[in-house]
Ligand binder design. Structure first.
Ligand code: C2E
Ligand code: MG
Ligand code: MG
Length: 757
């Protein structure tokens, strides 16, 4: 019996040593503390083995020492193991220190036993026919038991606490260790109180060590995993349905039950119910999307079915997951709508309109289409004057009217701020209706009422492969040609417009070089007095183009007026005029230069001109400035100041083209000028000579009364010259005297008689 027991314990020592070794090799995070605990267990169990087998007193004493000190070591390592196993990363500091202090004190007092004999002694008894040394405990031994029991009970307490507080899923993990500790504890207690000579409880401790090894290092918590997976499945937001091999539904998670109103006590009707909603759900592996009506709401689902195979590859069942995609679908739909529609007006955005037009044109090759570009004139002004809110309202009104008037196969959208685009089948396009709508577009909001001026450029889709943006560019080109017109609303693109646009681009590109090389230069047209003698000249720009030849101003000036580059031409012509004047030492002729209204945007006209006359030492009164009334259209007060400053600097300011504009008389009232330059061109078309003469003589009289000098330009006949002279006009310019000519020709003319009439 005694030796049989010894053999069992010896086996356990070997087993523990092996497990300690295996734990050291394991990569699990728990392994090091497990290795220490099991390694420590080897010591008391070995001690116990020695006690059981020894018949020698000294050997037995050694056995008891190894046993007791070993128990201290076991408690020490068990504390470390417990903290790790129970995930207590920061065990209470005081508690840990107290436990370690007690263990060390206990070990120390045990080691003093040979001196004081206070802890234990042994006495020989007969067991199984041989001497066996039984323990006689003293106070020190009682202390040792209290320390070890105290720590042991604390550890059991920790496991118990974890067992009841951790999620149920982890119960098994703590319960096994807890229960085995309880068994070992009771066993040990039994030994102590039974006074049985041989301590069998070490078997319990060794088994406990092996259990710890198994659970902490080796054990794969299959049940735990199963339960975790079931938990995950039941908490998933999608519906999950499990079917057995026969296709019967065996389990439905919570989302599935709630969405499809399935009774948790009876899953069987689920398959039929789902088939009723989604159609056939048989088959093994598939994914599909379904849209179904739930009452009045449309709902979107993704269904995914997979079969489940057992370890031998046989179908054990299947599962179906059903994801409610309604929200995602609606969000995607909204994103798509936002991306394709303008947020203010709800019309198609430009990109989407282009896309739709492309599709439509490509899909209807036998149909002709018109591309229309609509633009609100001066919309910035509407915003500035009436406020952004009214501006937005106006844009919405235009959008509403488009929606109202458009036919079913029209496409339309908002191209940019105040521009709208349309694509209309040619047979439905009616310019008269367009004009009628556009010409009286009034926006009313509360007290405010404003008539929008809307222009429409139209391009007939002839080149179907062209980019849609190119088509709109052409429609826009047509629109640009009437942008400044108040009575014209619709313009249709023709190829001349394209030529014009290309020409405009070319001029802009080539101008700087042309100025630098003198291709652009002034021609001089003589101005004569009432006796026909030359008193001055007007400098008129000409472009002697290397490829296009001689270009009159109408070929390039309007373009440059539009893009602002006219200022470069003017600066150049003014400089040329000053240069010519500075060369005229022996006469007192003047040169009139043209000042474009655009110049005022691009330079400080006063500074520029005073700088030039100073540079060339020219008397400012010899450089006359021709300015049209349009200069007063914007920023009138400031312009008046500029003209005053120019006159104060000594320049003579002339109002050019008087009578040809809309409000010459009105302007004359405010514009500070010295000379009025009357344009005869505006009388040229009239048949009624008497009326023309009446008007001219009235102008002469009026300007005389205002103490303004007059020049009449466009004089073509001797008769005109005579009549104007009779009316009191002092200076004349026109083909009757001479056409504009190169500077050299003009000099030759001066060398002659100087009298041109
Ligand atoms: P403008 O300043 O009114 O110049 C007078 C125009 O009338 C010139 O046309 C001249 O050739 C033309 N003309 C003179 N006498 C007669 C005549 O008896 N009969 C007819 N039918 N026409 C006559 P041009 O040179 O073609 O210039 C046209 C316009 O171009 C000018 O009108 C002026 O506004 C502008 N322009 C010309 N050169 C310049 C320039 O250097 N700078 C600026 N800003 N504009 C210029
Ligand atoms: Mg002029
Ligand atoms: Mg003129």
């Amino acid at each position: 019996m005694r030796y049989g027991m010894g053999a069992v314990i010896a086996l356990l020592v070997v087993a523990l040593a092996v497990c300690a070794g295996l734990s050291r090799k394991s990569k699990r995070s728990m392994a090091p503390s497990v290795a220490k605990l099991i390694g420590a267990l080897v010591m008391p169990v070995t001690g116990n083995l020695i006690i059981i087998l020894s018949s020698d007193r000294t050997l037995s004493v050694l056995g008891y020492f190894i046993y007791f000190l070993g128990m201290n070591l076991v408690m020490f390592t068990m504390l470390g193991f417990t903290f790790r196993y129970c995930h207590m990363p920061r065990p209470p500091r005081g508690m840990k220190a107290l436990a370690y202090a007690l263990l060390i004190a206990d070990a120390a007092q045990l080691l003093c036993n040979p001196i004081f004999r206070h802890a234990f002694d042994i006495e020989a008894i007969q067991v199984a026919g041989a001497a066996y040394y039984r323990l006689i405990p003293y106070a020190g031994q009682t202390f040792h038991r209290i320390v070890c029991y105290g720590i042991f009970l604390a550890i059991v307490g920790i496991f118990f606490w974890k067992m009841i507080t951790a999620p149920r899923l982890y119960l098994e993990r703590y319960a096994v260790i807890f229960l085995s500790m309880v068994v070992v504890g009771i066993w040990e207690t039994f030994y102590i109180f039974s006074r049985s000579p041989i301590d069998r409880s070490m078997i319990g401790f060794a088994c406990f060590g092996l259990l710890v090894y198994y659970f902490a290092v080796h054990y794969k918590p299959v049940r735990l995993l199963d339960r975790m997976l079931a938990n995950v499945a039941s908490q998933m937001l999608q519906g999950v349905f499990f079917f057995d091999a026969g296709g019967r539904c065996v389990w439905v998670n919570r989302a599935g039950r709630e969405t499809f109103h399935i009774d948790r006590d009876n899953y069987e009707p689920s398959a039929e119910l789902l088939a009723g909603i989604f159609g056939d759900i048989s088959g093994e592996e598939w994914v599909r999307h379904e849209a179904i009506m739930d009452g009045s709401v449309r709902k979107y689902y993704q269904l995914e079915k997979h079969s489940i195979q057992d370890s031998r590859g046989r179908t054990a069942g299947a599962f179906l997951s059903i994801v409610d995609e309604t929200e995602r679908h609606l969000a995607a739909e909204k994103d798509r709508y936002d991306a394709t529609h303008d947020s203010l007006t709800g019309l198609y955005s430009r990109e989407y309109l282009y896309e739709r037009i492309r599709e439509t044109i490509d899909a209807n090759l036998d149909r002709a289409y018109m591309i229309c570009f609509l633009d609100i004139n001066d919309f910035k002004m509407v915003n500035d004057v009436f406020g952004r809110e009214f501006g937005d309202y106006a844009l919405k009104s235009v959008a509403d009217s488009l929606r109202r008037d458009m036919g079913p196969d029209y496409l339309y959208g908002r191209l940019s701020g105040d521009a709208f685009g349309m694509c209309i089948p040619k047979e439905s396009f009616n310019p008269e209706i367009a004009v009628a709508t556009l010409s009286q577009f009034t926006v009313r909001r509360g007290e405010t009422e404003y008539r929008l001026i809307i222009h429409q450029g139209v391009y007939e889709v002839v080149e179907r492969d062209m980019d849609i943006s190119g088509m709109f560019d052409r429609a826009n080109m047509a629109l640009e040609s009437i942008k400044d017109e108040y009575n014209l609303h619709v313009a249709v693109y023709d190829s001349a417009m394209r030529e014009r646009a290309l020409w405009d681009q070319r001029i802009a590109r080539e101008l700087p070089e042309a100025i630098r090389t003198g291709q652009v230069r002034p021609y001089l047209q003589p101005i004569v007095d009432d006796r026909g003698r030359v008193v001055g000249a007007e400098a008129l720009a000409r472009w002697i183009h290397p490829a296009e030849g001689f270009l009159a101003p109408y070929r390039f000036i309007p373009t440059l007026e539009k893009n602002g580059m006219i200022a470069q031409v003017d600066r150049h012509i003014w400089r040329c005029a000053c240069e010519i004047l500075s060369g005229w030492k022996d006469n007192d002729l003047f040169i009139s230069i043209n000042v474009s209204p655009k110049d005022f945007y691009f330079m400080d006209v006063v500074k520029e001109l005073t700088g030039l006359v100073r540079e060339y030492a020219v008397e400012p009164s010899r450089l006359r400035l021709e300015i049209t009334e349009t200069v007063m259209m914007t920023d009138e007060a400031k312009r008046i100041e500029i003209l005053k400053a120019l006159r104060e600097a000594g320049f003579i300011v002339e109002m050019d083209d008087f009578g040809s504009g809309y409000s010459s008389l009105n302007m004359l009232k405010d514009m500070p000028v010295d000379v009025v330059k009357i344009d005869m061109a505006f009388l040229r078309k009239t048949q009624d000579d008497v009326r023309a003469r009446t008007i001219l003589s009235s102008i002469m009289q009026m300007t005389n009364n205002l103490k303004l000098a007059q020049i009449t330009e466009g004089v073509e006949t001797a008769e005109q010259f005579a009549n104007l002279r009779d009316m009191g006009c002092g200076m004349f310019q026109g083909y009757y005297f001479a056409k504009p000519m190169a500077v050299a020709d003009f000099m030759k003319l001066l060398d002659g008689s100087r009298a041109l009439a």
